[in-house]
Design a protein around this ligand. Structure first.
Ligand code: CA
Length: 226
């Protein structure tokens, strides 16, 4: 799911944008002033930033410049005045595009899609199958695993094993079934290779202060339960 940060001090407008973007399937974060926005922009991961030009504390141009010094993330400026000056300085400061208030939401959505396309993040990427289990998110097609906001590096085998569990929530998978699904052959090989890989996976996704993501069903196999 694409994450969009909206930095806009007019609360009615940002609330409206938030609702519309959420309806379109985006995940939305809000900030109401320049400094707060800059902090959120730098400390969290976003796919795009919508940035108002006129902001309290730190103006939009300055926020844009400072984000640009550190991150290459796409920025769309929102400007109240349709003056050439604003647009030029917005683009000079590193913005990818701008939109003039008042704007129709369809126009904003079109701009966002255009920016995503240009940044190589086209629609197809956002349509990939996503699995959520507790704090774990898996993007199936790009084979990425996240725990909260952190990406976890997994090997191909670990990934396939994790996916087997996520696609069979609440179903106990025997070692033989897992071996077949993940390794692609039957029980000729030692089934304890499954135990070894479950251990690798637990080491990567579990936290010491919580129950394991993968539960052992004694004498049978493993399961992820809701
Ligand atoms: Ca403003």
């Amino acid at each position: 799911m694409k994450r969009i940060l909206v930095i806009e001090d007019e609360k009615n407008l940002s609330r409206f944008i938030e609702l519309e973007l959420k309806y379109e399937g985006y995940q939305v974060g809000l900030a109401y002033d320049g400094r707060g926005g800059l902090e959120k922009a730098l400390n969290e991961d976003w796919d795009i930033i919508l940035l108002d030009l006129m902001l309290p504390n730190l103006n939009g141009l300055e926020v844009c410049r400072r984000i640009r010094q550190v991150k290459a993330i796409p920025i769309v400026m929102i400007t109240a005045r349709d003056s050439v000056m604003d647009r030029v300085s917005g683009l000079d400061s590193g913005a990818d595009d701008y939109i003039v208030k008042p704007f129709a939401i369809e126009e904003l959505l079109a701009r966002l899609r255009a920016v995503f396309r240009r940044s190589g993040n086209d629609e197809a990427a956002s349509n990939q199958t996503t699995y959520h289990y507790r704090d774990i998110t898996v993007l199936k097609e790009s084979r990425q695993v996240f725990k909260l906001d952190h990406e976890i590096e997994v090997t191909k085998r670990e990934y396939d094993l994790l996916l087997a569990f996520l696609e069979n929530i609440n179903i106990v998978l025997t070692r033989e079934v897992l071996l077949n699904k993940v390794w692609g052959y039957d029980t000729e090989v030692e089934t304890n290779v499954v135990d070894v890989y479950v251990r690798y996976l637990r080491n990567k996704i579990d936290s010491p202060d919580e129950d394991s993501y993968i539960q052992t069903v004694r004498g049978t196999g493993y399961v992820m339960r809701t």
